[in-house]
Design a protein around this ligand. Structure first.
Ligand SMILES: NC(=O)c1ccc[n+]([C@@H]2O[C@H](COP(=O)([O-])OP(=O)(O)OC[C@H]3O[C@@H](n4cnc5c(N)ncnc54)[C@H](O)[C@@H]3O)[C@@H](O)[C@H]2O)c1
Length: 257
């Protein structure tokens, strides 16, 4: 079950954290994985590693906030053969209230998290349509639906990801395109480590433990746990699922009382 044999998948931000786990698992499940990354060196290393273990992966230097770049690379992949799966995972964070979020930060987070996901869907959906269907999976966050302190811009972007997911799921029902999103609580990735190092220098271990404890289950998720849900949602076994936002949150949304 849950194999992706003969599928071609694009994973944005696929060289680190959750994206790395998804690239690795999708390749193990039989997919050819195209990694779209601003960190091109890291993407090349990840692709080499996957290929060295018998998988199929290709690294592409792509900034998802550039529509021209995304469209060019997607069209080049589609010229070789059909694309079946798009995972819009690339994302950046920002800490701040509305008052401490300056315009440039607002735009930076918007450009990657919102425009990046839009660009991916804008570029890939015409190809999915002409192939008779496919799957889009977007990476949202529990920040889309829960008021997390000092996540003004970040939460805004993840709310938009959930809304875009519903819009696309609705508009492409007749084209056989399923579109869902995943909303993790805290996942232990370089995203979290970078935040702790920047925000709490010298107190990383103490603050890590605090963040871990905010999940009722008592720890953060592992990227591989999110990748397993992504694999299911992108597999044919999930053929009845579209227009859904899946929390994977250790009880964060419904058990924190
Ligand atoms: N880690 C968490 O706790 C958590 C929780 C909820 C949601 N998320 C979401 O999951 C996704 C992945 O997060 P992560 O924790 O694995 O982060 P990460 O920082 O480990 O990985 C993100 C990857 O995206 C790439 N990237 C950033 N900007 C890009 C751009 N413009 N174009 C192409 N690639 C770009 C980075 O180079 C990096 O490799 C993000 O969308 C994030 O918002 C993470």
């Amino acid at each position: 079950m849950f194999n992706l044999n003969d599928k071609v998948a694009i994973i944005t931000g696929g060289a680190s954290g959750i994206g790395l786990a998804i690239s690795t698992l999708f390749a193990q499940a039989g997919a050819t994985v195209h990694i779209f990354e601003v960190n091109a060196d890291l993407a090349r290393q990840v692709a080499e590693d996957i290929n060295g273990k018998g998988g199929r992966a290709v690294a592409h230097a792509v900034d998802v906030s550039s529509q021209a770049q995304v469209v060019e690379v997607v069209n080049a992949i589609a010229a070789v053969g059909p694309i079946h799966i798009l995972v819009n995972n690339a994302g950046v964070s920002h800490i701040g209230t509305v008052e401490t979020t300056v315009e440039s930060d607002f735009e930076r987070v918007f450009n990657v998290n919102v425009k990046g996901a839009y660009n991916g869907m804008f570029a890939v959906i015409p190809h999915l349509k002409s192939n008779g269907g496919g799957v889009v999976l977007n990476m949202a966050s529990i920040a889309a639906t829960v008021g997390i302190p000092e996540r003004f811009a970040y939460s805004m972007t993840k709310g938009a990801v959930v809304s875009m997911t519903l819009s696309v799921a609705r508009d492409y029902l007749k084209d056989g395109i399923r579109c869902n999103c995943i909303s993790p609580a805290r996942v232990h990735t370089p995203f979290v480590d970078g935040y702790l190092a920047r925000t709490y220098p010298g107190r990383e271990a103490e603050m890590y433990a605090k963040l871990a404890a905010t999940q009722p289950i008592g720890r953060m998720a592992r990227p591989e746990e999110v990748a397993a849900l992504a694999l299911y949602l992108c597999s044919d076994e999930a053929g009845f699922i579209t227009g859904c936002d899946y929390p994977i949150d250790g009880g964060f949304v419904r058990l924190n009382n």
